[in-house]
Design a protein around this ligand. Structure first.
Ligand code: GLU
Length: 457
Protein backbone atom coordinates (compact mmCIF):
# COMPACT_ATOMS: atom_id res chain seq x y z
CA UNK A 1 0.00 0.00 0.00
CA UNK A 2 1.31 3.46 -0.90
CA UNK A 3 0.69 5.90 1.91
CA UNK A 4 -1.29 9.00 0.90
CA UNK A 5 -1.81 11.84 3.37
CA UNK A 6 -3.45 15.20 2.85
CA UNK A 7 -4.11 18.55 4.40
CA UNK A 8 -7.55 20.02 3.92
CA UNK A 9 -7.54 23.68 4.91
CA UNK A 10 -10.69 25.74 4.64
CA UNK A 11 -9.77 29.07 3.04
CA UNK A 12 -11.61 31.12 5.64
CA UNK A 13 -8.48 32.77 7.05
CA UNK A 14 -4.70 32.64 7.11
CA UNK A 15 -2.86 29.34 7.61
CA UNK A 16 -3.09 28.59 11.33
CA UNK A 17 0.03 27.30 13.05
CA UNK A 18 -1.95 24.13 13.91
CA UNK A 19 -2.71 23.46 10.24
CA UNK A 20 0.92 24.17 9.38
CA UNK A 21 1.93 21.52 11.92
CA UNK A 22 -0.61 19.08 10.41
CA UNK A 23 0.93 19.81 7.01
CA UNK A 24 4.39 19.08 8.39
CA UNK A 25 3.31 15.79 10.00
CA UNK A 26 1.44 14.71 6.86
CA UNK A 27 4.40 15.51 4.63
CA UNK A 28 6.97 13.90 6.92
CA UNK A 29 4.94 10.75 7.32
CA UNK A 30 4.39 10.45 3.57
CA UNK A 31 8.11 10.93 2.95
CA UNK A 32 9.05 8.50 5.70
CA UNK A 33 6.81 5.88 4.07
CA UNK A 34 7.78 6.73 0.49
CA UNK A 35 4.22 7.91 -0.13
CA UNK A 36 2.42 11.04 -1.31
CA UNK A 37 1.29 14.19 0.47
CA UNK A 38 -1.72 15.92 -1.09
CA UNK A 39 -3.68 19.09 -0.52
CA UNK A 40 -7.35 19.94 -0.81
CA UNK A 41 -8.92 23.35 -0.43
CA UNK A 42 -12.21 22.85 1.42
CA UNK A 43 -14.06 25.76 -0.11
CA UNK A 44 -17.64 24.57 0.17
CA UNK A 45 -18.50 27.35 2.61
CA UNK A 46 -18.96 29.90 -0.15
CA UNK A 47 -19.70 32.78 2.19
CA UNK A 48 -16.43 32.54 4.09
CA UNK A 49 -14.02 31.07 1.51
CA UNK A 50 -11.98 33.55 -0.52
CA UNK A 51 -9.35 33.28 -3.23
CA UNK A 52 -7.23 35.72 -1.22
CA UNK A 53 -7.16 33.27 1.69
CA UNK A 54 -6.13 30.48 -0.71
CA UNK A 55 -3.19 32.68 -1.74
CA UNK A 56 -2.27 33.34 1.89
CA UNK A 57 -2.35 29.62 2.67
CA UNK A 58 -0.14 28.86 -0.33
CA UNK A 59 2.28 31.64 0.59
CA UNK A 60 2.71 30.28 4.10
CA UNK A 61 3.20 26.69 2.88
CA UNK A 62 5.65 27.97 0.29
CA UNK A 63 7.68 29.73 2.96
CA UNK A 64 7.80 26.56 5.06
CA UNK A 65 8.48 24.26 2.07
CA UNK A 66 5.28 22.39 2.84
CA UNK A 67 3.46 22.70 -0.49
CA UNK A 68 1.60 19.47 -1.40
CA UNK A 69 3.23 17.12 -3.91
CA UNK A 70 0.48 17.67 -6.50
CA UNK A 71 -1.74 20.60 -7.56
CA UNK A 72 -4.48 21.48 -5.09
CA UNK A 73 -7.84 19.77 -5.32
CA UNK A 74 -10.73 22.21 -4.92
CA UNK A 75 -13.58 20.60 -3.07
CA UNK A 76 -16.18 22.90 -4.68
CA UNK A 77 -15.35 21.44 -8.11
CA UNK A 78 -16.59 18.02 -7.02
CA UNK A 79 -20.12 18.93 -6.03
CA UNK A 80 -21.64 16.92 -8.86
CA UNK A 81 -19.76 13.84 -7.68
CA UNK A 82 -20.88 14.41 -4.08
CA UNK A 83 -24.49 14.70 -5.20
CA UNK A 84 -24.22 11.56 -7.29
CA UNK A 85 -23.00 9.63 -4.21
CA UNK A 86 -25.91 10.94 -2.16
CA UNK A 87 -28.31 9.84 -4.92
CA UNK A 88 -26.71 6.41 -4.92
CA UNK A 89 -27.25 6.07 -1.17
CA UNK A 90 -30.87 7.17 -1.62
CA UNK A 91 -31.43 4.65 -4.37
CA UNK A 92 -29.96 1.88 -2.19
CA UNK A 93 -32.14 2.85 0.77
CA UNK A 94 -29.09 3.77 2.85
CA UNK A 95 -30.15 7.39 2.98
CA UNK A 96 -33.54 9.07 2.95
CA UNK A 97 -35.29 12.34 2.31
CA UNK A 98 -36.30 14.37 5.32
CA UNK A 99 -39.01 17.00 4.83
CA UNK A 100 -38.98 18.41 8.37
CA UNK A 101 -39.14 22.19 8.44
CA UNK A 102 -36.76 24.37 10.43
CA UNK A 103 -39.57 25.36 12.82
CA UNK A 104 -40.59 21.78 13.36
CA UNK A 105 -36.99 20.80 14.18
CA UNK A 106 -36.57 23.72 16.53
CA UNK A 107 -39.68 22.63 18.41
CA UNK A 108 -38.33 19.08 18.58
CA UNK A 109 -35.08 20.37 20.11
CA UNK A 110 -36.98 22.57 22.58
CA UNK A 111 -38.87 19.54 23.82
CA UNK A 112 -35.66 17.51 24.10
CA UNK A 113 -33.99 20.26 26.10
CA UNK A 114 -37.05 20.43 28.37
CA UNK A 115 -36.55 16.70 29.02
CA UNK A 116 -32.86 17.35 29.75
CA UNK A 117 -31.81 15.43 26.65
CA UNK A 118 -29.10 16.38 24.22
CA UNK A 119 -30.84 17.87 21.21
CA UNK A 120 -30.52 15.55 18.21
CA UNK A 121 -32.61 14.64 15.20
CA UNK A 122 -35.17 12.00 16.17
CA UNK A 123 -35.11 10.20 12.81
CA UNK A 124 -38.78 11.11 12.22
CA UNK A 125 -38.59 10.72 8.43
CA UNK A 126 -36.49 7.55 8.46
CA UNK A 127 -39.35 5.16 7.70
CA UNK A 128 -41.90 7.49 6.14
CA UNK A 129 -42.96 7.05 2.52
CA UNK A 130 -45.62 9.77 2.31
CA UNK A 131 -43.25 12.18 0.59
CA UNK A 132 -44.88 15.49 -0.33
CA UNK A 133 -44.51 16.75 -3.91
CA UNK A 134 -42.54 19.91 -4.64
CA UNK A 135 -41.40 20.45 -1.05
CA UNK A 136 -37.81 21.11 -0.02
CA UNK A 137 -35.97 18.24 1.64
CA UNK A 138 -32.54 17.31 2.93
CA UNK A 139 -30.91 13.91 2.53
CA UNK A 140 -29.91 12.09 5.71
CA UNK A 141 -27.83 8.97 6.19
CA UNK A 142 -29.52 5.99 7.86
CA UNK A 143 -27.04 5.54 10.66
CA UNK A 144 -26.56 2.50 12.86
CA UNK A 145 -28.92 2.84 15.80
CA UNK A 146 -27.17 0.47 18.19
CA UNK A 147 -23.71 -0.72 19.06
CA UNK A 148 -20.48 1.16 18.56
CA UNK A 149 -18.49 2.60 15.73
CA UNK A 150 -14.90 1.70 16.48
CA UNK A 151 -11.49 2.48 15.10
CA UNK A 152 -7.88 2.17 16.13
CA UNK A 153 -6.69 5.72 16.17
CA UNK A 154 -2.95 5.88 15.60
CA UNK A 155 -2.58 8.62 18.20
CA UNK A 156 -5.55 8.16 20.55
CA UNK A 157 -5.65 4.36 20.60
CA UNK A 158 -8.79 2.24 20.27
CA UNK A 159 -12.02 4.26 20.27
CA UNK A 160 -15.54 2.84 20.66
CA UNK A 161 -18.07 5.52 19.85
CA UNK A 162 -21.66 4.72 20.91
CA UNK A 163 -23.96 4.91 17.90
CA UNK A 164 -26.81 6.11 20.11
CA UNK A 165 -25.00 9.45 20.21
CA UNK A 166 -25.19 9.86 16.47
CA UNK A 167 -28.37 10.92 14.73
CA UNK A 168 -29.26 10.48 11.08
CA UNK A 169 -27.12 13.38 9.95
CA UNK A 170 -27.54 15.46 6.83
CA UNK A 171 -25.39 14.64 3.80
CA UNK A 172 -27.12 16.83 1.20
CA UNK A 173 -28.67 20.20 2.09
CA UNK A 174 -32.01 21.37 0.70
CA UNK A 175 -30.19 23.44 -1.94
CA UNK A 176 -28.51 20.25 -3.16
CA UNK A 177 -25.07 21.11 -1.75
CA UNK A 178 -23.11 18.43 0.12
CA UNK A 179 -22.26 18.78 3.80
CA UNK A 180 -18.70 18.56 5.10
CA UNK A 181 -19.21 14.93 6.20
CA UNK A 182 -20.11 13.74 2.72
CA UNK A 183 -17.62 15.94 0.86
CA UNK A 184 -14.68 14.93 3.03
CA UNK A 185 -15.38 11.21 2.74
CA UNK A 186 -15.96 11.36 -1.03
CA UNK A 187 -12.84 13.43 -1.68
CA UNK A 188 -10.56 11.46 0.65
CA UNK A 189 -11.69 8.29 -1.09
CA UNK A 190 -11.32 9.73 -4.59
CA UNK A 191 -7.86 11.10 -3.77
CA UNK A 192 -6.79 7.70 -2.46
CA UNK A 193 -6.05 9.02 1.03
CA UNK A 194 -4.87 6.18 3.28
CA UNK A 195 -4.12 8.17 6.44
CA UNK A 196 -6.31 11.01 7.69
CA UNK A 197 -4.13 13.07 10.02
CA UNK A 198 -5.93 16.00 11.65
CA UNK A 199 -6.71 17.81 14.88
CA UNK A 200 -8.56 15.95 17.63
CA UNK A 201 -11.36 18.53 17.32
CA UNK A 202 -12.50 16.24 14.47
CA UNK A 203 -12.84 13.08 16.59
CA UNK A 204 -16.62 13.51 16.82
CA UNK A 205 -16.85 13.60 13.02
CA UNK A 206 -14.98 10.37 12.57
CA UNK A 207 -17.73 7.85 13.49
CA UNK A 208 -20.08 9.64 11.09
CA UNK A 209 -17.48 9.50 8.37
CA UNK A 210 -16.77 5.81 9.03
CA UNK A 211 -20.50 5.11 8.66
CA UNK A 212 -20.43 6.95 5.33
CA UNK A 213 -17.37 5.04 4.10
CA UNK A 214 -19.13 1.79 4.90
CA UNK A 215 -22.45 2.84 3.35
CA UNK A 216 -20.63 3.86 0.17
CA UNK A 217 -18.64 0.62 0.11
CA UNK A 218 -15.33 2.47 0.41
CA UNK A 219 -12.29 1.29 2.36
CA UNK A 220 -12.01 3.12 5.68
CA UNK A 221 -8.66 4.95 5.96
CA UNK A 222 -6.47 5.07 9.06
CA UNK A 223 -7.05 7.99 11.39
CA UNK A 224 -4.59 9.89 13.52
CA UNK A 225 -6.12 12.64 15.65
CA UNK A 226 -3.53 14.98 17.06
CA UNK A 227 -4.01 17.01 20.19
CA UNK A 228 -4.38 20.71 19.52
CA UNK A 229 -1.74 23.32 20.24
CA UNK A 230 -2.25 25.26 23.44
CA UNK A 231 -0.82 28.59 24.52
CA UNK A 232 1.87 28.93 27.17
CA UNK A 233 -0.93 29.20 29.74
CA UNK A 234 -2.24 25.75 28.78
CA UNK A 235 -5.40 27.12 27.14
CA UNK A 236 -6.34 26.40 23.52
CA UNK A 237 -4.31 28.63 21.23
CA UNK A 238 -6.28 31.68 20.12
CA UNK A 239 -5.70 35.22 18.90
CA UNK A 240 -5.54 36.25 22.56
CA UNK A 241 -2.14 34.53 22.65
CA UNK A 242 -0.71 36.75 19.90
CA UNK A 243 0.76 34.91 16.93
CA UNK A 244 -1.50 32.13 15.62
CA UNK A 245 -0.91 32.26 11.87
CA UNK A 246 2.22 30.59 10.50
CA UNK A 247 3.18 33.81 8.70
CA UNK A 248 2.99 35.80 11.96
CA UNK A 249 6.14 33.93 12.96
CA UNK A 250 7.90 34.98 9.77
CA UNK A 251 6.92 38.57 10.44
CA UNK A 252 8.33 38.26 13.95
CA UNK A 253 11.69 37.29 12.51
CA UNK A 254 11.85 33.51 12.86
CA UNK A 255 13.66 31.33 10.35
CA UNK A 256 11.56 28.72 8.62
CA UNK A 257 13.98 25.97 9.67
CA UNK A 258 13.53 26.95 13.31
CA UNK A 259 9.74 27.13 13.04
CA UNK A 260 9.57 23.76 11.27
CA UNK A 261 11.80 22.14 13.90
CA UNK A 262 9.72 23.78 16.62
CA UNK A 263 6.41 22.56 15.13
CA UNK A 264 7.89 19.09 14.82
CA UNK A 265 8.54 19.03 18.55
CA UNK A 266 5.05 20.32 19.38
CA UNK A 267 3.48 17.01 20.28
CA UNK A 268 6.06 14.70 18.76
CA UNK A 269 9.39 13.58 20.13
CA UNK A 270 12.30 11.30 19.41
CA UNK A 271 13.99 10.65 22.73
CA UNK A 272 15.21 13.96 24.08
CA UNK A 273 16.40 15.32 20.74
CA UNK A 274 15.45 18.99 20.40
CA UNK A 275 17.29 20.14 17.32
CA UNK A 276 16.35 17.87 14.46
CA UNK A 277 16.87 18.94 10.88
CA UNK A 278 14.37 18.06 8.19
CA UNK A 279 16.36 15.18 6.66
CA UNK A 280 16.77 13.51 10.06
CA UNK A 281 13.09 14.08 10.78
CA UNK A 282 12.08 12.17 7.64
CA UNK A 283 14.00 9.16 8.94
CA UNK A 284 12.63 9.37 12.48
CA UNK A 285 9.03 10.47 12.03
CA UNK A 286 6.26 8.03 12.99
CA UNK A 287 2.63 9.01 13.61
CA UNK A 288 2.47 6.67 16.57
CA UNK A 289 5.01 8.80 18.42
CA UNK A 290 2.66 11.80 18.53
CA UNK A 291 1.67 12.42 22.13
CA UNK A 292 -1.94 12.33 23.30
CA UNK A 293 -1.79 15.38 25.52
CA UNK A 294 -1.99 18.92 24.15
CA UNK A 295 1.27 20.58 23.20
CA UNK A 296 1.91 23.92 24.91
CA UNK A 297 3.65 26.73 23.07
CA UNK A 298 7.08 27.53 24.48
CA UNK A 299 8.43 30.68 22.86
CA UNK A 300 11.73 30.42 24.73
CA UNK A 301 12.35 27.12 23.01
CA UNK A 302 11.49 28.58 19.62
CA UNK A 303 13.88 31.48 20.27
CA UNK A 304 16.61 29.07 21.26
CA UNK A 305 16.08 26.96 18.15
CA UNK A 306 16.16 30.08 16.00
CA UNK A 307 19.53 30.92 17.50
CA UNK A 308 20.80 27.39 16.86
CA UNK A 309 19.80 27.57 13.19
CA UNK A 310 21.34 31.03 12.84
CA UNK A 311 24.62 29.68 14.21
CA UNK A 312 24.64 27.02 11.49
CA UNK A 313 24.30 29.59 8.71
CA UNK A 314 27.05 31.24 6.68
CA UNK A 315 27.57 34.97 7.33
CA UNK A 316 26.30 35.64 3.80
CA UNK A 317 23.06 33.76 4.50
CA UNK A 318 22.57 35.52 7.85
CA UNK A 319 23.12 38.87 6.18
CA UNK A 320 20.46 38.06 3.61
CA UNK A 321 17.98 37.22 6.40
CA UNK A 322 18.58 40.47 8.29
CA UNK A 323 18.68 42.75 5.23
CA UNK A 324 14.92 43.46 5.38
CA UNK A 325 15.37 44.72 8.95
CA UNK A 326 18.36 46.94 8.25
CA UNK A 327 16.43 49.47 6.12
CA UNK A 328 19.57 50.85 4.54
CA UNK A 329 22.03 50.31 1.73
CA UNK A 330 25.39 48.92 2.73
CA UNK A 331 28.75 50.33 1.69
CA UNK A 332 31.37 47.77 0.64
CA UNK A 333 33.24 48.20 3.90
CA UNK A 334 30.03 47.99 5.97
CA UNK A 335 29.20 44.72 4.23
CA UNK A 336 32.70 43.43 4.94
CA UNK A 337 32.40 44.31 8.63
CA UNK A 338 28.96 42.71 8.86
CA UNK A 339 30.14 39.47 7.29
CA UNK A 340 32.98 39.34 9.80
CA UNK A 341 30.86 40.48 12.75
CA UNK A 342 27.67 38.44 12.32
CA UNK A 343 29.06 35.06 13.54
CA UNK A 344 29.94 36.79 16.82
CA UNK A 345 26.58 38.53 17.10
CA UNK A 346 24.54 35.35 16.58
CA UNK A 347 26.12 33.98 19.74
CA UNK A 348 24.14 36.64 21.62
CA UNK A 349 21.00 37.41 19.59
CA UNK A 350 18.64 34.72 18.38
CA UNK A 351 15.91 36.74 16.67
CA UNK A 352 16.36 38.46 13.32
CA UNK A 353 15.09 41.95 14.34
CA UNK A 354 17.29 41.94 17.46
CA UNK A 355 20.24 40.68 15.47
CA UNK A 356 19.73 43.44 12.91
CA UNK A 357 19.64 45.97 15.73
CA UNK A 358 22.85 44.60 17.20
CA UNK A 359 24.46 44.61 13.75
CA UNK A 360 23.79 48.32 13.44
CA UNK A 361 27.17 49.06 15.07
CA UNK A 362 28.97 47.75 11.98
CA UNK A 363 27.04 49.71 9.37
CA UNK A 364 28.21 53.31 9.61
CA UNK A 365 31.52 54.13 7.93
CA UNK A 366 32.04 57.11 10.21
CA UNK A 367 31.35 57.02 13.91
CA UNK A 368 28.58 59.03 15.51
CA UNK A 369 28.71 58.87 19.29
CA UNK A 370 25.48 58.24 21.13
CA UNK A 371 24.89 60.03 24.43
CA UNK A 372 26.21 57.20 26.59
CA UNK A 373 29.31 56.85 24.45
CA UNK A 374 30.05 60.57 24.70
CA UNK A 375 29.74 60.32 28.48
CA UNK A 376 32.09 57.31 28.69
CA UNK A 377 34.63 59.15 26.59
CA UNK A 378 34.30 62.32 28.66
CA UNK A 379 34.98 60.27 31.83
CA UNK A 380 37.92 58.35 30.32
CA UNK A 381 41.60 58.76 31.09
CA UNK A 382 42.52 59.61 27.52
CA UNK A 383 46.30 59.77 27.99
CA UNK A 384 46.40 56.33 29.48
CA UNK A 385 44.18 54.97 26.75
CA UNK A 386 46.43 56.52 24.12
CA UNK A 387 49.24 54.37 25.56
CA UNK A 388 47.04 51.33 25.16
CA UNK A 389 46.35 52.25 21.54
CA UNK A 390 50.11 52.30 20.82
CA UNK A 391 50.47 48.92 22.47
CA UNK A 392 47.66 47.55 20.38
CA UNK A 393 49.32 48.90 17.26
CA UNK A 394 52.38 46.77 18.10
CA UNK A 395 50.33 43.66 18.81
CA UNK A 396 49.70 40.96 16.18
CA UNK A 397 46.12 41.58 15.00
CA UNK A 398 44.64 38.36 16.36
CA UNK A 399 41.79 38.22 18.87
CA UNK A 400 43.76 36.33 21.55
CA UNK A 401 46.84 38.56 21.25
CA UNK A 402 44.80 41.75 21.38
CA UNK A 403 42.87 40.50 24.35
CA UNK A 404 46.12 39.64 26.17
CA UNK A 405 47.49 43.14 25.51
CA UNK A 406 44.35 44.75 26.95
CA UNK A 407 44.37 42.50 30.03
CA UNK A 408 48.06 43.16 30.61
CA UNK A 409 47.46 46.89 30.34
CA UNK A 410 44.59 46.81 32.87
CA UNK A 411 46.77 44.88 35.32
CA UNK A 412 49.75 47.20 34.85
CA UNK A 413 47.83 50.44 35.24
CA UNK A 414 45.38 49.31 37.90
CA UNK A 415 42.53 50.88 35.92
CA UNK A 416 39.12 49.32 36.35
CA UNK A 417 38.07 47.05 33.47
CA UNK A 418 34.95 49.09 32.53
CA UNK A 419 37.03 52.30 32.50
CA UNK A 420 39.02 50.72 29.68
CA UNK A 421 36.42 48.73 27.81
CA UNK A 422 33.57 51.23 27.73
CA UNK A 423 35.51 54.14 26.20
CA UNK A 424 37.20 51.77 23.72
CA UNK A 425 33.86 50.43 22.57
CA UNK A 426 32.49 53.97 22.39
CA UNK A 427 35.43 55.02 20.19
CA UNK A 428 35.18 51.94 17.99
CA UNK A 429 31.44 51.78 17.32
CA UNK A 430 29.87 54.88 18.88
CA UNK A 431 28.10 52.99 21.68
CA UNK A 432 29.27 51.16 24.81
CA UNK A 433 26.61 48.47 24.14
CA UNK A 434 28.67 46.23 21.93
CA UNK A 435 30.58 42.92 21.91
CA UNK A 436 34.00 42.54 23.52
CA UNK A 437 36.71 44.96 22.44
CA UNK A 438 39.02 42.38 20.90
CA UNK A 439 36.10 41.03 18.82
CA UNK A 440 35.37 44.58 17.63
CA UNK A 441 39.03 45.15 16.74
CA UNK A 442 39.05 42.07 14.53
CA UNK A 443 35.73 42.82 12.85
CA UNK A 444 36.60 46.45 12.14
CA UNK A 445 40.15 45.59 11.05
CA UNK A 446 43.50 47.03 12.04
CA UNK A 447 43.63 50.23 9.96
CA UNK A 448 40.09 51.37 10.58
CA UNK A 449 40.22 50.44 14.30
CA UNK A 450 43.39 52.48 14.80
CA UNK A 451 41.81 55.40 12.90
CA UNK A 452 38.79 55.35 15.14
CA UNK A 453 40.79 54.95 18.36
CA UNK A 454 43.27 57.66 17.46
CA UNK A 455 40.42 60.04 16.69
CA UNK A 456 39.54 59.88 20.40
CA UNK A 457 42.74 59.18 22.32
N1 GLU B 1 -11.41 21.53 6.49
C1 GLU B 1 -11.25 20.97 7.78
C2 GLU B 1 -10.63 21.98 8.72
O1 GLU B 1 -10.06 22.95 8.24
C3 GLU B 1 -10.34 19.78 7.77
C4 GLU B 1 -11.09 18.56 7.74
C5 GLU B 1 -10.25 17.31 7.81
O2 GLU B 1 -9.01 17.40 7.97
O3 GLU B 1 -10.85 16.28 7.70
O4 GLU B 1 -10.71 21.82 9.91
Amino acid sequence: MTVVTRIAPSPTGKLHIGTARTALFCKLFAQHMGGKYLGRIEDTDKERSTEENVQLIEQALDWLDLQPDEPWVYQSKHEARHKELAEKLLAEGKAYKCFATAEELEQMREEQRARNENPMYDNRWRERTDHPEGTAYVVRLKTDLEGYTSWDDIVQGHIDYPNTQIDDFIILRSDGSPTYQLAVVADDHDMGVTHVVRGDDHINNTPKQIMLYKALGFDVPHFAHMPLIHGEDGKKLSKRHGAVAAMDFKDMGYLKEALVNYMLRLGWSAGDLEKINYEEAIKLFELKDITKSPANMDIQKLNWLNGEYLKDMSPEAILEEIMPYLNTDLSTSAKERLLKGLPGLVQRENLLPNLAKAADIYIADSIELNEQAAQKLADADKDKLAELVSKLEQTPWEEDDLSATIKGFVKETGLKMPMVMMPLRAALVGTPQAPGVSELLIVIGKDESLNRLKAQF
